[in-house]
Design a protein around this ligand. Structure first.
Ligand code: ADP
Ligand code: NI
Length: 217
């Protein structure tokens, strides 16, 4: 099958599957990550089809929304790619990217990497910062019924995957526990550059928020 038909079929599958997804993990998140990933991939030597498929399928069944099941995403993606006859080695590569690219996986010893994974991870991390990152963090917190901030609950630096996953802290804490850390964790030169400006915008936003709300930062 022609690559462009594979991509078209995958887009249709992802749109359909994410119809009722939380606003920060819906089709529009995927569309943004796909664009970021394509832009970064232009500057690297990478298999564009793998990059595009992994970007499209990386949140197809995020464990946060599936009772913590971390194998559901790779399984759903794998079954779909098999149904459209993508070659087995490529399916395994895309599944590994989905399995190991998430922030929570970064607490574990890394067991898999590839340039394609680094690109998609940077693309997803870019969507967690800047103006859209701010919107997504508060939307996710609202979806979970969490406060915007709570002066009595200070941010923690999580050192294990379990404590990070089980946190039910106010949304503002997520900036200090994850979002502000991302600029120093970008993999690619292009990703690092794009992250700088978004990071700066978040810093400005947080200063303004602190002055409006009487928060100590
Ligand atoms: P991953 O799924 O890559 O391990 P996260 O669980 O941090 O990473 O989720 C991705 C996005 O979901 C974040 O960038 C943020 O927008 C939102 N999110 C996740 N956890 C929180 C949280 N505790 N508070 C606010 N937003 C969150
Ligand atoms: Ni994502």
């Amino acid at each position: 099958m022609d690559n462009s038909i594979i991509i078209q079929k995958t887009i249709a599958f992802v749109k359909e599957t994410l119809t009722n997804a939380e606003g920060g993990h819906d089709w529009w998140h995927i569309e943004r990550v796909l664009k970021n990933a394509r832009d970064i991939a232009e500057t690297e030597q990478a298999d564009m089809l793998v990059v595009e498929l992994a970007a499209l399928l990386h949140d197809i069944a995020d464990s946060k929304f599936h009772n913590g099941n971390e194998e559901k995403g790779p399984a759903v993606a794998g079954a779909f790619l098999k149904s459209i006859e993508v070659e087995p080695a490529m399916i395994i590569h895309v599944q590994n990217i989905i399995r190991y690219m998430s922030f929570k996986s970064s607490f574990d010893q890394s067991v898999f990497s590839s340039i394609e994974m680094q690109i998609v991870q940077d693309a997803d991390r870019l969507d967690a910062i800047g103006a859209i990152g701010i919107a997504r963090a508060f939307n996710y917190g609202g979806y979970k019924g969490r406060p915007i901030y709570d002066k009595a609950v200070l941010p923690e630096l999580h050192i294990s995957k379990e404590s990070y996953k089980n946190s039910s802290a106010p949304s503002l804490n997520h900036f200090y526990e994850k979002l502000l850390l991302l600029k120093d964790r970008m993999n690619t030169v292009a990703g690092k550059q794009l992250a700088q400006q978004r990071h700066q915008f978040m810093e400005t936003y947080l200063q303004q928020l602190a002055s409006e709300c009487g928060l100590k930062m």
